[in-house]
Design a protein around this ligand. Structure first.
Ligand code: DAH
Length: 339
């Protein structure tokens, strides 16, 4: 008898229960009326008198231990259940939510994609530039108003250095180093001394494009613009070129597209004209080619420059330019893109 009790005492230590059913099975098997331990109590009658005290103590020890273990297992199961209830199984398994692309990046990448299908590669230049690359090489006369303190941020210690006011500076950097054919786009940030408001900022972004080769004509430029605008804004988009003036192109033009917000009917964005201006362009002025060591009697080229914020506004109708640089998640989270 005493061995059976000892054996069961050891077994009790190994009891475990996955769920309430398993727990109940244990109870029935050992502690119910016909359970093994209860059975031992029945057999207790047969224990000789002189052993009754020792065996009785052991038996009580077993019963108490078995009851204690069952209670402990029950507590464990209850705790588990509570913990499970605290789990939010609908939560994402990823600890960090995925970010979204900035709208300016989405549009910049789209412009780069369109131009790269035409063989344009990306070129970059510094944001702190010298006067030569921002102005002089680009045929700006010494007294040109764009050099004025109103527009340009000068570096105080060195008046020859400025924050570039346009990405056209990258054109000349590339032309100085490379011989034609040249086919590049230059995305980047530019700076102008403007009061910050919903429609102007002291920094914004541009993309410049430049193509220099033999026999590049205005018709090539027209063809490129038509292709670009249809890719960017949709097949139905119409374009129109208006004569304009830039020191570095001759002839120069500004490009309008049919307003893709009101589709020509007239809205505040196109000021009820049905057209919106999106970029400046023209044939590279021969002086600019010669300034950069490219023989203008052999080569010609076209160039264009556009503001990424402007194109983004047309695509997404962002009414306040400041939103692009405020990092407000409520704004940024509205943009999702594959790249
Ligand atoms: N640099 C001009 C600007 O910032 C844009 C521009 C106009 C670029 C005509 C060009 C161009 O390359 O040909 O307003």
């Amino acid at each position: 008898m005493i061995e059976r009790i000892e054996k069961l005492l050891n077994e009790v230590d190994t009891w475990s229960a996955q769920d309430l059913k398993a727990l109940e099975d244990l109870r029935v098997k050992y502690l119910s009326k016909k359970g093994e331990i209860s059975q031992l109590f029945n057999d207790f009658r047969l224990v000789p008198g002189d052993q009754k005290r020792v065996v009785g103590q052991k038996l009580n020890e077993l019963k108490n231990k078995a009851q204690q273990v069952l209670t402990d297992l029950k507590d464990q199961l209850d705790n588990q259940k509570q913990n499970n209830q605290n789990f939010d199984l609908s939560r994402s398994a990823y600890p960090h939510p995925l970010g979204t692309r900035h709208p300016l990046s989405i549009v910049r990448n789209e412009i780069i994609r369109i131009f790269s299908t035409l063989g344009f590669t990306i070129a970059e230049g510094p944001e702190i530039e010298d006067d030569w690359h921002v102005f002089s090489s680009l045929n700006f006369p010494p007294e040109h108003p764009a050099r004025d303190m109103q527009d340009t941020f000068f570096i105080e210690k060195n008046p020859d250095l400025v924050l570039r006011t346009h990405t056209s500076s990258v054109q000349t950097r590339v032309m100085e180093k490379t011989s034609p054919p040249i086919r590049i786009i230059c995305p980047g940030r530019v700076y102008r001394n403007e009061a910050i408001s919903y429609r102007a900022h002291c920094f914004f972004h541009q993309i410049e494009a430049l193509y220099v080769d033999k026999d590049v004509s205005y018709a090539d430029l027209r063809q490129l613009l038509d292709y670009f605008c249809k890719e960017m804004f949709g097949e139905q988009t119409k374009i129109r070129l208006r004569p304009s003036y830039f020191p570095f192109t001759e002839p120069s033009a500004e490009l309008d597209i049919s307003c893709n917000i009101c589709h020509g009917e007239g809205c505040p964005f196109c000021k009820y004209t049905g057209w919106v201006e999106i970029l400046g362009c023209g044939m590279v002025d021969p002086n600019v080619l010669d300034n950069c060591g490219i023989d203008s009697s052999v080569y010609s080229g076209y160039a264009l420059g556009m503001g990424i914020e402007r194109i983004t506004n047309l695509k997404y109708q962002v009414k306040d330019l400041r939103m692009f640089s405020e990092n407000d998640l409520r704004f940024l989270e509205q943009f999702r893109a594959a790249y």
